[in-house]
Ligand binder design. Structure first.
Ligand code: BMA
Length: 308
């Protein structure tokens, strides 16, 4: 088995949240101050989303903070573009700053906001870093020739839901974009793909955990897969594993708010060569499992499907 599910799943549900929410899902996770920090999305009864915070010593048992961590801004540009809610945070630690990318929803569409924190107490809204109809942005935790790099996921009818790379010198203005990976026809990820967790550095390359979607008579099935990007030039994809690494199987993955979904926004590499992968089951609860980083890299390099 590629990913070993934790026996105590689900690890976080709405019952663990001390304010009224309907779901706990799509969480970014990182380590800060000897703790695991999880930023998780919750649906309110209005149908709009906010982001909460939970902390853990072991990465499995989390305690939720008393207040939400990110709620839509009240005014200004952020207020206008977050009117319908904030969703799906990813966390990147770079040069001592924790960068949080999240989906900002409004009547103008969905775009990505960037928040910076150093202490997970106060936050600074840096910029809205994409135009509308672009989601799933993960920033690499290192710069390349002085530039930040990110994987993002624009969509067009001609080239649906593909993964692109973009660069920036200031985290605000992004460009030099190019497509790096596309869904493959009649394959588990044939309908959509999108970046999931912040890429993980390995000796062989940057390991990227992404989601892929397959359309069935019973709706979409969301699964997780892995790809490996070149260490020095992350626009180069060295391999994409042909097989998924995780699919909806547990009861809380196959039923819930949106059935048949496993969706990841975060993974934490450990010193022993394993990685804790966090995913939401059915857009309703948070789960965790472990995998061998070396094993995932090997899958990308030895059992490949073409990147495009
Ligand atoms: C995607 C996004 C995610 C969600 C997933 C499964 O398009 O909306 O936030 O988890 O669908 O419903």
């Amino acid at each position: 088995m590629t990913v070993r599910r934790y026996q105590g799943n689900p690890i976080l549900t709405k019952k663990d949240v001390p304010y009224p929410v309907e779901t706990v899902h799509n969480a970014g996770v990182t380590k800060f101050d000897n703790r695991y920090v999880m930023l998780f999305r919750s649906h309110l009864r209005s149908g709009r989303s906010i982001i909460g915070i939970a902390k853990s010593v072991d990465g499995y048992n989390f305690t939720v903070g008393p207040e939400p961590f990110i709620t839509p801004a009240a005014d200004g540009d952020f207020g206008e573009y977050e009117e319908y809610g904030v969703e799906d945070p990813r966390i990147c630690l770079i040069d001592g700053d924790y960068l949080i990318t999240y989906s900002a929803y409004s009547r103008h569409g969905v775009r990505i906001g960037l928040i910076r924190t150093r202490d997970f107490k106060s936050i600074e809204r840096v910029a809205l870093i994409t135009q509308a109809d672009l989601r799933n942005v993960v920033i690499f935790p290192e710069k390349f020739n002085g530039r930040y790099a990110r994987l993002d996921r624009p969509h067009s009818e001609i080239s649906p839901w593909s993964i692109w790379i973009s660069y920036s010198t200031d985290l605000i203005h992004w460009g030099d974009s190019r497509v790096v990976m596309k869904p493959v026809k009649y394959h588990w990820d044939e309908m959509k793909i999108g970046p999931g967790a912040t890429p993980i550095k390995t000796n062989e390359g940057w390991l990227s955990i992404y989601h892929g979607v397959f359309q069935t008579m019973d709706g979409s099935v969301y699964r997780l897969g892995v790809a490996l990007h070149d260490l020095k030039d992350p626009s180069k994809v060295l391999g994409v594993a042909d097989e998924w690494i995780l699919q909806p199987e547990a009861e809380w993955e196959i039923t819930g708010y949106v059935h048949n979904v496993v969706f990841s926004c975060g993974a934490v590499p450990e010193d022993d060569g394993s990685v804790k992968i966090y995913w939401a089951g059915a857009d309703t609860v948070m789960c965790v499992g472990t995998a061998s980083i070396g094993g995932l890299v090997e899958l990308c390099l030895t059992k490949k499907r073409p990147p495009m």
